[in-house]
Ligand binder design. Structure first.
Ligand SMILES: [Zn+2]
Length: 397
């Protein structure tokens, strides 16, 4: 474990916020036209050539960072595979089947969950001007989260649990770090199947990447939901039989950058993943609709068997119903589970509601906690429950 001075992060953040106030972003809604040198706090080379894949079966194309951002502004999703062109070309991964949920301890752990910490954490997490992955505030937000996880761990882990936990802040070729939290039993083998829970920590203003992007729903809500699940595992002194990892990905909005880097390193190391679940947007309950969890079924991004297991978890441990839904529109990866699916690992993905009812305020300055009473920490809590259930059920054998 690495210690980082929280005070330092706060001081840096304060200085940066001061620098930003009054600054007029130079990107235009029609497309990004100015270069990074004019925008303090950002580290974007708009003329950089990137290799971009618009869907899992599409041929990758070369384009500039500027063209990539213009595509994003038009609502197109993609993977930027410049640094990870060989993801998914490794040996075939083992396929797991999933016995019905049968844990006797999940229910007890669920009682430790509450909305108190997620509220406070998201309040802070949305206070950064943007968590854009190639910005100084994006970096500062990841440093803060790292310090928060270290503090939870130091404060809450049992004596027996503490030596089994590692917290890693992972450097990338861009500013923001990803974070990997691992709880593994003492006798863990490299060949043990790993259970992975993910969320992305970056945000973006799609119309103007230099603009503000508090990212409350996308994906601050997923980040604090799985952080709360981790906190509950600490309070419960949970020790798994096989490793469980919480992944906080940098650069999802840049084209699934952090998750691809980590999935690639798993593949290169021959690691086995029992199941990966991605939490991306967990807070919005649209007024006048039934409160439910959408289970995403896009075949190129999720595994049918793990998705069925996810449904069984919802039925056993949650008191709201599920509904199957599919991301509509042009084919493109919806979130980081697509990186793991591309690598050949089994994935699933719950969403805050049916796509048509999801938070429409994302990807800009309106993605804040109090945009509407529909932004609900109670709704988010269902996703923390699902995360606890997923973590324990799959790492208990
Ligand atoms: Zn997202």
């Amino acid at each position: 474990m690495q210690m980082l001075s929280r005070t330092l992060a706060v001081v840096v953040f304060a200085a940066l916020t001061a620098a930003y106030s009054g600054q007029i972003p130079l990107g235009s809604p029609q497309g990004v036209s100015e270069n990074q040198d004019n925008v303090p706090g950002f580290h974007l080379d708009l003329d950089d050539l990137r290799l971009v894949q618009f869907s899992l079966d599409a041929e990758p194309e070369w384009m500039t960072e500027r063209q990539k951002l213009q595509a994003k502004a038009k609502g197109q999703d993609y993977m930027d595979i410049t640094n990870t062109p060989f993801l998914g070309t490794g040996p075939k991964k083992p396929r797991f089947s999933y016995p019905a949920p049968n844990s006797t301890i999940v229910a007890g752990v669920l009682s430790h969950l509450s909305t108190v910490e997620p509220k406070a954490n998201l309040q802070h997490f949305t206070s950064y001007y943007t968590r854009y992955y190639n910005s100084d505030t994006g970096k500062a937000s990841s440093d803060w989260l790292f310090a928060k996880i270290l503090a939870y761990t130091a404060e809450l882990a049992s004596e027996e649990q503490l030596p089994l936990i590692s917290v890693e802040s992972l450097k990338h070729p861009w500013k923001q770090n990803s974070i990997i939290v691992r709880i593994a039993p003492q006798d863990a083998l490299d060949s043990d199947p790993i259970t992975v829970l993910g969320a992305h920590i970056d945000s973006i203003n799609r119309a103007d990447p230099f603009g503000g992007a508090p990212g409350a729903g996308d994906d601050g809500s997923g980040t604090v939901a799985i952080l709360e699940a981790y906190r509950a595992l600490l309070v419960a002194a949970y020790i798994p039989i096989t490793p469980v990892e919480f992944h906080f990905y940098a650069g999802e909005e840049g084209g699934l950058l952090g998750s691809q880097a980590i999935a690639s390193s798993f593949e290169a190391a021959g690691k086995v993943v029992r199941g990966m679940i991605q939490f991306d947007m967990t807070a919005f309950h649209k007024a006048g609709t039934r409160e439910e969890i959408a289970v995403i079924t896009n075949e190129d991004q999720v595994d049918a068997a793990l998705t069925e297991f996810q449904i069984q978890l919802i039925e056993r441990y949650l008191d709201i119903p599920w509904v199957k839904d599919i991301y509509p529109g042009p084919p493109g990866p919806s979130s980081d589970q697509a990186s793991w699916a591309k690598a050949g690992y089994q994935t699933c993905h719950p969403l805050e509601g049916q796509f048509k009812n999801a938070n429409s305020h994302v990807h800009g300055v309106e993605d804040i906690i109090d945009i509407s009473p529909e932004f609900s920490f109670d709704h988010m809590l269902h996703f923390s429950r699902l995360a606890v259930a997923f973590a324990i059920e799959l790492s208990s054998y």
